[in-house]
Design a protein around this ligand. Structure first.
Ligand code: SUG
Length: 448
């Protein structure tokens, strides 16, 4: 069956700020307390989405969450009016206020793991929102993420929505940031490739020592069971603990795959040889060959990967063996990385064009082009069943830009998070957005 791969990008929310919340994510820690520009952040994301739509690809939008998240503050014992709760949290627990104010749901690669209908036993597309349990500010995302995914992919006939895995370290799940799919054609059975940072139930297994391994093997195995995936088309690989300790907090910071291409760094996996062998074995029976583009440390160091986000790129298929690589501006600013990309484009691999996007606002929190998107393979019937008001086109682009212009600030500091007016602005904006995107009532404040 013919199918395409759509990208659903997270629209940056009005409270985008630099909270320094993600231990193990170098950019997040380095930029703590810088002034952010939510308006510019949202617009940078919209430009990328529109560019992909203009190139003829199906591009979707996932709505941001309500922040600061007052129900979380209330559950933690803060009481009174919204203004009193914000003031009390700012005074007594500013780290909690920062956590419930993060616009981190913009990185929709962490929203969920998605398995296309060609891979699942029941022929539906399966969505498992990620519990993101390793970080307080991210662990509160999954209930609303689930509601937004339901509203975006509303048909029971085509879409199966799961709840997040149990919120405990043993099942730490970071979603599609650690998941890639290989296939010859999108509509054919694919190989689902799950990358984990540690094993929860094996004390003898290797794990990083400096920074946390956010994602467990056991979480991925549970997702595989729920999605009804075929064991012979499922491959697991462990991240190299040393690169997690060097700032590679998700595998999509050091590897990216699409169709018949796996583009990765030689230090990305605990065993590159095993990963290749397992993928080759699962690939048997597909048309053509599986391309492994392994970047050596002598070509690009792990440090340069973390700084430039070379691998946090999107590989977009224009046709068979013909891909564009979408990279952030930081790749162009790094002479070594840029030289590598120029050579890659000119070489024999299916990657034939490099496109650069300015995503600096998101990059300063450790989120590149690939973090900002959730991939969903859709056949014709599934595509028709998507909420069409969430798909990017000239009209939605214009409406969302106007919406951002009228509701977003262009400067935000941590001290602004306690401003009750910011909460009012955010709720007003999101209420309007649910109408633009025909989402219904997905936010807590709409249900109160
Ligand atoms: O979870 N940053 C995010 C970045 C997520 C990137 N996603 C992928 N690699 N797919 C994170 O670490 C920083 C927020 C702050 O510090 O304000 C943050 O949450």
């Amino acid at each position: 069956m013919s199918a395409i791969e759509a990208n659903f990008d997270g629209l940056v929310g009005p409270t985008h700020n630099y909270g320094g919340l993600s231990f193990g994510n170098v950019a997040s820690l380095n930029n703590q307390a810088q002034a952010s520009n939510p308006k510019a952040a949202a617009k940078q994301g919209l430009v990328k989405m529109k560019a992909l739509a203009d190139m003829g690809f199906v591009q979707g939008v996932l709505a941001p969450h309500e922040r600061p998240h007052m129900p979380t503050l209330k559950s933690l014992g803060f009481t009174g009016t919204d203004a009193q709760i914000l003031a009390q949290a700012a005074k007594e627990a500013p780290h909690l206020l920062a956590g419930v104010s993060s616009a981190s749901c913009m990185w929709t690669a962490n929203a969920a793991t998605v398995s296309p209908s060609a891979d699942s036993a029941d022929g539906k597309i399966h969505f498992s929102p990620a519990n993101l349990v390793n970080k307080f500010h991210r662990a509160i995302e999954h209930p609303v993420t689930g509601a937004i995914l339901q509203a975006t992919f509303p048909s029971d006939r085509h879409f199966a929505h799961h709840k997040a895995l149990p919120s405990m370290d043993h099942f730490g799940d970071e979603g599609a940031a650690n998941h890639t799919r290989f296939c010859d054609e999108y509509g054919n059975q694919g190989i689902e490739f799950f990358v984990y940072g540690q094993e929860a139930f094996n004390a003898a297994a290797l794990k990083p020592s400096r920074f946390p391994a956010r994602h467990t093997l056991e979480a991925s195995q549970a997702v595989v069971r729920r999605h009804g995936l075929n064991a012979s088309h499922t491959v697991y690989a462990q991240q190299n603990p040393a690169v997690i300790d060097a700032g590679v907090f998700h595998n999509d910071v050091i590897a990216v795959g699409n169709r018949n291409v796996h583009f990765y760094h030689e230090e990305a996996f605990l065993s590159s040889a095993q990963m290749r062998q397992d993928l080759e074995q699962a690939w048997a029976g597909n048309q053509g060959k599986l391309h492994f583009i392994e970047v050596k440390s002598s070509e690009v160091s792990v440090e340069d990967c973390v700084k430039s986000y070379l691998f946090n790129s999107q590989l977009i298929s224009r046709g068979t063996d013909d891909m564009i690589i979408i990279v952030p501006g930081e790749c162009q600013n790094n002479a070594n990385v840029w030289a590598y990309l120029e050579a890659l484009k000119a070489g024999p691999s299916p990657i034939n064009e490099v496109q650069v996007y300015d995503l600096k606002q998101s990059m300063s929190n450790g989120g590149g082009p690939a973090c900002l998107r959730l991939r969903v393979v859709l056949n014709d019937a599934e595509r028709a069943a998507v909420n069409q008001s969430c798909l990017m086109n000239d009209d939605l682009f214009a409406r969302l830009n106007t919406w951002v212009d009228s509701h977003y600030r262009d400067r935000l500091l941590e001290s602004d998070l306690a401003d009750p007016q910011l909460l009012i602005e955010t709720r007003t904006a999101l209420d309007e957005l649910t109408k633009i995107m025909k989402l219904g009532s997905v936010y807590d404040f709409q249900k109160a």
